[in-house]
Design a protein around this ligand. Structure first.
Ligand code: AKG
Ligand code: FE2
Length: 318
């Protein structure tokens, strides 16, 4: 039988302990490496930070949001309704999960029979071809919406609070999603419920916890390869403000500065289609770091397959 072990790489967390250099499967072709030859800059100040609670009544705040979504497709939000203690709790729970021995983490594995990828669970993203360049991260991906489709068998049992904390966190991010929908509809002079009414109660959402171990040669690899998110919008929380996220515009990569207690919201491809391209779905990537590990939690909101098909969007992760 053909050797198909390439389909199931060793978790990066285990790899780092064993190698001094990233293995060739992680090394980017020269032209795609961070910093070369493309230019990297810091996002020009002031980077858009929007107060979510003030959006409905404050024209200046809404103008900031419009400009951020038109020029970057992403925005940092404050006053979003998630207490800083809950932000810490969800990240601590995630860190505790990744700190467990491999055998424990694999109880949530995204492989069926140790071989076939499923969309949920712990591991790496699907490896589709033998020459695919791998990303320097391990992740845990869980369906959080609709709630009755959660597969709790894949949710970590340790730490014990994991389930409750993630539930509380995602019930709040859903409210943020809806606040953003209403704000975008108002900006576009549509009925306030325009976007909300198009999204069914059965629309899916996934939480993705990503762990980026520190990398001995960050200039050779990507933490996450360049991509745009497929769905409607993504709400991102980064632990301890470790940088690394970059967004591309006009061929230039810009560093996105993380800020304490803020969430980063970026739009996805389906949203770009739904608003006729006024607001962008940004191409972004994550770089690694020689000194620090990085931990993030992204909650991806989609429209569901039926609506995506109607809109002619890609059916992946919607
Ligand atoms: O970890 C991050 O900062 C972003 C990850 C990301 O872009 C993704 O998972 O789609
Ligand atoms: Fe992304």
């Amino acid at each position: 039988m053909a050797d198909e072990s390439w389909m199931v790489p060793t978790p990066v967390q285990e790899l780092v302990a064993a190698v001094e250099e990233p293995p060739s499967r992680y090394v980017l072709p020269e032209q795609d490496r961070p910093g070369s030859p493309s230019v990297t800059k810091d996002i020009p100040e002031p980077f858009p930070v929007v107060d979510l609670k003030r959006l409905p009544d404050d024209v200046a705040e809404a103008a900031k949001l419009r400009s951020a979504l038109q020029s970057w497709g992403l925005v940092l939000v404050t006053n979003h309704g998630i207490e800083s203690s809950l932000m810490h709790d969800v990240m601590d729970a995630s860190r505790e999960f990744f700190q467990q021995p491999l055998q424990e983490r694999q109880k949530c594995s995204n492989l069926i029979d140790g071989e076939w990828f499923q969309v949920e669970g712990y591991g790496n993203d699907p490896v589709l071809t033998e020459d695919q360049i791998l990303s320097w991260n391990d992740r845990l991906r869980l369906k959080v919406e609709p709630e009755d489709e959660r597969n709790y068998a894949l949710w970590p049992k340790h730490p014990e609070c994991f389930r409750d904390v993630l539930h509380e966190y995602t019930s709040k991010t859903k409210r943020i999603r809806d606040d953003m929908f209403r704000a975008m509809a108002r900006i576009l002079e549509l009925d306030e419920d325009h976007f909300i009414s198009q999204i069914s109660d059965k629309a899916p959402a996934f939480a993705r916890f990503t762990y980026y171990p520190s990398c001995p040669r960050p200039e050779l690899v990507n933490g996450v390869q360049a991509h745009s998110d497929a769905g409607i919008l993504t709400i991102l929380l980064v632990h301890n403000e470790v940088g690394g996220l970059q967004v591309q515009r006009d061929g230039i990569w810009y560093n996105v500065p993380p800020k304490p207690d803020t969430l980063l919201i970026n739009l996805g491809d389906v949203m770009e289609i739904m608003n006729n391209g006024v607001f962008k779905s940004p191409v972004h990537r994550v770089l690694t770091n020689a000194e620090k590990e990085r931990l993030s939690l992204a909650v991806f909101y989609g429209v569901g397959e039926e609506k995506a098909r109607e809109l002619g969007a890609s059916l992946l992760d919607v």
